[in-house]
Design a protein around this ligand. Sequence first.
Ligand code: HEC
Length: 163
Amino acid sequence: MTNLMKSAFLMTLILGVCTTNAFADGPISLVDTQSGAPLAIAPDQFDTPQAKEFLATGKNPYVGDDAAIKRGNKIFQLYSCTQCHGADAQGQVGPSLHGPDFHYAKDATNKGMFETIWHGTNGGMGAKGKGLMDPSDPDNGLSPDDVLKVIAWVRSKGTTTGN
Ligand code: HEC
């Protein structure tokens, strides 16, 4: 091979690698709201097609889905979110979740709101992710799919889709 051919070959390889990476889907990098540290959630906890799509793209496919919104409202009540945020998420002890302005700006995105609900904040919002509510019981808490449904309900009350 001539040198010219060699560099042409190398350039093609490098370009190929770059474009493949640029367009590859996820997984997204989830971080906690407290410090921005990586959130370690076992990939097999993303166990529905919708949760898998979220992990790959950061989009919440349940936003605008009536059945998921209804279920999300139930979970919001079951996990006492209503106690602090009010029955319509309008705000009580905790802030309103309607937006478009959020205490944590990233909560305007579904990835950001997922991270806040999963791992809590330093300002009075406890963690709700699976096993985080009660570290001695890895089954106590919300699955990623549950959190996405809660977010879909919250978005139905607010002014932003987060997607
Ligand atoms: C014990 C009271 C309490 C409960 C229960 C609670 N929260 Fe919160 N939540 C708060 C407080 C207080 C804040 C403000 C935290 C801060 O400023 O760091 C907050 C913040 C949030 C935020 C961030 C809002 C923003 O403006 O960025 C979201 C989202 C949220 N809560 C969702 C939920 C969901 C969903 C549930 C139920 C699964 C829940 N919370 C349960 C007290 C609560």
